[in-house]
Design a protein around this ligand. Structure first.
Ligand code: TYD
Length: 239
């Protein structure tokens, strides 16, 4: 007669538990918000004006007494600048390799720059984060939204921004604003950029507490005010 413990260990419930534990070990971590500091991401299509908004928000937060780090993806670190060159300005990159390169840049960015700044209680504003991978590689490149999200949750240890500002712009308006040489992604057709836009909006609609969607055709100063209004409601912002 097997002991109670032995019988339990081989029961269907026990086997299910063991499988769940194994799965938990390989599954991406649960989402987590910024420890101590404040983490804000700016997202949007190419030419939507994210970097202008990053600068405006930084100046306002510094004026309130915060220490602010403005950074970007890909290319917020020295390693990332090498990745940026490969993924945006080199020759053909296979779609899965492209997704892995963006997530490698992000993993290094989070570990060496973003988490340390948040740990010091600073504000980090990043021009693009994992939603860009989900929208560009997952949706527009059709690599799978869930797969790309999981890859990036694993790469970042589940770090999510407290707020993502989505600067929404029709693809053709973004294209008209971009002049000069286009990088590999910018050179994609309007249908690609429209799919990116739609997916950004889907992400924002699914989690309104974590997103602010602003009309990218408004004047930059007006967008800046909408961003400040929302950021001023976040916990930890000194007013
Ligand atoms: P960048 O010159 O930084 O453009 P922008 O000023 O519009 O942000 O180029 C980044 C390009 O890389 C842009 O076309 C979006 C793309 N990208 C992805 O496809 N996936 C990603 O994960 C990231 C971060 C960017």
């Amino acid at each position: 007669m097997p002991t109670r413990t032995a019988r339990q260990a081989s029961s269907p419930e026990a086997l299910l538990w063991a499988a769940c534990h194994r799965l938990r070990r390989v599954n991406p971590p649960e989402p987590s918000s910024s420890p101590l500091g404040l983490f804000i991401a700016l997202e949007g299509g190419d030419g939507s004006g994210k970097s202008t908004q990053g600068r405006l928000l930084c100046a306002w937060l510094e004026g309130l007494g915060h220490t602010v780090v403005v950074t970007r993806e890909p290319g917020g670190t020295e390693f990332g600048r090498t990745v940026r060159q490969l993924v945006l300005h080199g020759g053909h990159v296979a779609p899965r390799a492209e997704a892995l390169l963006f997530s490698a840049d992000r993993a290094h960015h989070v570990e060496t720059l973003i988490r340390p700044a948040l740990g010091r209680g600073e504000v980090v504003i990043t021009d693009r984060y994992m939603d860009s991978s989900i929208a560009y590689q997952g949706a527009a490149r059709d690599l799978g939204i869930d797969e790309v999200r999981e890859l990036n949750m694993w790469a970042t240890g589940g770090l999510l921004p407290a707020l993502t500002v989505l600067i929404d712009l029709p693809a053709e308006v973004g294209r008209a604003r971009r002049r000069g040489v286009h990088d590999r992604l910018e050179s994609e057709a309007n249908t690609f950029h429209s799919a990116v836009r739609e997916h950004f909006l889907t992400l924002a609609r699914a989690d309104p507490d974590r997103y602010l969607v602003v009309d990218g055709e408004l004047p930059a100063e007006q967008i800046g005010q909408l961003v400040r209004d929302r950021v001023s409601t976040l916990p930890g912002v000194m007013l």
